[in-house]
Design a protein around this ligand. Structure first.
Ligand code: NAI
Length: 281
């Protein structure tokens, strides 16, 4: 059984910690400030209480007892698998991986990143053990979506990928797919250009937002249309993934359309800000 550590207890880190604890593992979660430790703990409690009230878990308190949220990175020393889910910033992640390399003592411990767009190689080379670094990319909301993308860099050992895959499949009960260390991995590389095409369609006046979304829901059996989906993901997140894809491949299909950039500048970020392509109460 892996001894799991998670760094970052925001939207993704909390979800990853929760699924690990729900799978029966003891999890140490590290946040950056005391206020963030408290917020992270509240986030975990709220999510687990919701899961209990919906009948998805029998006892939220029992799962919470396996989750220790702390501000002290040194508490990760005895972990065999650490999953990083902090801010999407290459320099900040590289610095953290350098620290983890010094702190995590098991010589075969796996250091994983949940990054959506930063090359795994940049993170791996910040450590002295790149063979044990890989991308383990979960989807939001983590307790609900079954997919995890496993992303080895050119230096990741096969054994690391096999161990991570066993963990995702056997321990977490999730579905793992593998791909190379390229911006967007599989899902965002396919999904983001589709969303950008819908935004360009709306921006040009070709069709209304409702008709674009209904077209894909009723004509292609998508659970929601691309503009509603962009609002759910967050327009800032959509823009930053598009920028990473564009930077990597230099193909116009990945370039953020002007409307998306203006909406982000205006603070119209989708559901989380109350307004994006649609307005939310
Ligand atoms: P978030 O902003 O909700 O959470 C980030 C957390 O990391 C914050 O609570 C912050 O206090 C903490 N943090 C920042 N620096 C830290 C440090 N040095 N040590 C400890 N904690 C630190 O962000 P979110 O959405 O959870 O994203 C986290 C990562 O997951 C990013 O790399 C993002 O690209 C990736 N991701 C995000 C998805 C999404 O839908 N939001 C989906 C899949 C991956």
């Amino acid at each position: 059984m892996e001894r799991v550590g998670v760094v970052g207890c925001g939207q993704m880190g909390a979800g990853i910690a929760e699924v690990c604890a729900r799978a029966g593992l003891d999890v140490v979660v590290v946040e950056s400030t005391e206020a963030a430790v408290d917020a992270g703990r509240r986030r975990l409690e709220a999510s687990l209480n919701r899961a209990e009230s919906k009948g998805k878990i029998p006892d939220a308190a029992e799962v919470l007892r396996r989750l220790r949220v702390t501000g002290n990175l040194d508490e990760l020393a005895d972990r065999t698998l650490v999953i990083e889910a902090i801010v999407e910033d290459e320099a900040v992640k590289a610095e953290l991986f350098g620290q983890l390399d010094k702190i995590v003592s098991a010589p075969d411990a796996i250091l994983a990143s949940n990054t959506s767009s930063i090359p795994i190689m940049k993170i791996a080379t910040a450590t002295g053990r790149p063979a044990q670094v890989l991308g383990v990319h979960f989807f939001n909301p983590v307790p609900v979506l079954p997919l995890v993308e496993l992303v080895p860099s050119l230096l990741t050992a096969d054994e690391t990928v096999i161990r991570a895959e066993n963990f995702v499949r056997e321990v977490l009960g999730k579905h793992a797919i593998r791909c190379q260390d390229r911006a967007g991995f599989v899902v965002n590389a396919l999904l983001v250009p589709f969303i950008l095409a819908a935004i360009r369609m709306f921006e040009s006046g070709f069709a209304t937002r409702e008709d674009i979304d209904e077209g894909m829901v009723r004509g292609a059996a998508h659970p929601q249309g691309p503009l509603a989906l962009a609002d759910l993901i967050g327009l800032d997140v959509t823009q930053s993934v598009a920028q990473s894809l564009y930077e990597e491949f230099k193909e116009p299909t990945y370039a953020p359309p002007p409307l998306l950039s203006r909406m982000v500048d205006a603070g119209l970020l989708g559901r989380k800000s109350g307004r994006g392509f649609y307005t939310y109460a």
